[in-house]
Design a protein around this ligand. Structure first.
Ligand code: ADP
Ligand code: MG
Length: 300
């Protein structure tokens, strides 16, 4: 697998007191869609700013493309939108992109190609100021793609958009990814990451709580809901089982039993029956990504 970006023990402390990024390490491989997920203030934009060389790191390291290129040259292969799109309001979409081509020494032929990709070819002669927020964002994406970057970086790409605009941007990100461009996006929206990304880095207060595949985050061992007429005895018996991690007592005398290894409902039922326990209630559940995210971000 080709490595696009390696981040190692990255730290950022603002003004000697705000520890915005704490020892964050992860790798980005070609062809995947990565989400940095975390509530507001968790260090997402700071992390992106550091690897894009607009925020100074305090310590740690990052390397683009295995460190084979100086950062300045490496960043020419990176397309990024980390601020609100900034184009000339009285110029058309096409004129704005041509200007970007001129500055970055890219052939003008790329303008129509990218306008077509983002679904704005029919509006290429409209002035930027007439665009909706969603169209402005799509134009910004077209602009960031003009030089066919290896990776596209987006910070909260759907913020402020209406549901239709959100849908269009998410579909566009998936389309761009399907054509082989690696994507890294920051979002505080769990469902955005779940819908768009293959991999996720979860941040809270600058600390990395999880990184790995979105599927991996979904496929944890799950938990059981159990009830018997003697929950005290049930609890003691459960805690002797090697696959059981912890137990919580919840509403209506139900026990919530969390696992550290896989355990099927029939195996658990048999085990308990052999210990003389007859259950009144047995359900195996899996957490949604949302519940897991809340669990991850709530723990101390
Ligand atoms: P996110 O993008 O996840 O919302 P940020 O990276 O913007 O989070 O911010 C992380 C923390 O760093 C926050 O506590 C924020 O207030 C602080 N911070 C961000 N930028 C600056 C700055 N330029 N000066 C001081 N503190 C900052
Ligand atoms: Mg941010």
């Amino acid at each position: 697998m080709e490595t696009i970006l390696t981040i190692s023990n990255l730290n950022k402390i603002f003004n000697k007191r705000v520890h915005a990024v704490k020892n964050v390490s992860f790798e980005i491989y070609k062809g995947n869609v990565y989400g940095i997920l975390g509530p507001n203030g968790s260090g997402k934009s700071t992390t992106l700013g550091i690897v894009l060389n607009v925020v100074n790191k305090t310590s740690g390291d990052y390397k683009w493309f295995n460190g084979n290129l100086p950062t300045h040259d490496a960043l020419k292969k990176v397309g990024a939108i980390i601020e609100r799109p900034n184009f000339y309001p009285y110029m058309t979409a096409e004129e704005n992109l041509k200007l970007v081509c001129k500055i970055k020494e890219i052939p003008y032929s790329k303008v129509n190609e990218k306008l077509d990709l983002v679904g704005l070819i029919d509006r290429k002669d409209s002035k930027f100021r007439t665009f909706s927020l969603g169209m402005k964002q799509r134009l910004a994406i077209a602009s960031a793609l003009l030089n066919d970057p290896e990776i596209l970086i987006l910070d909260e790409p759907t913020n402020g958009l209406d549901p239709q605009g959100i849908r269009q941007i998410r579909d566009l990100i998936k389309l761009i990814a399907s054509q082989g461009t690696t994507i890294l996006l920051a979002s505080h929206l769990l469902d955005e990451v779940e819908k768009v990304c293959s991999h996720v880095v979860v941040l809270r207060y600058g600390e990395m709580l999880y990184h790995g595949s979105v599927d991996g985050m979904l496929s944890n061992e799950g938990f059981f809901e159990l009830k018997s007429d003697n929950n005290t005895h049930l609890k003691e018996t459960l805690l002797n089982h090697p696959s059981i991690d912890s137990i919580k007592e919840e509403e209506e005398d139900k026990l919530f039993v969390y696992l550290k290894d896989s355990l099927e409902a029939n195996e658990l039922n048999k085990y308990l029956f052999e210990k003389g326990i007859i259950l009144q209630h047995l359900v195996k559940r899996k957490n949604s990504l949302e519940e897991q995210f809340l669990q991850l971000t709530n723990k101390n």
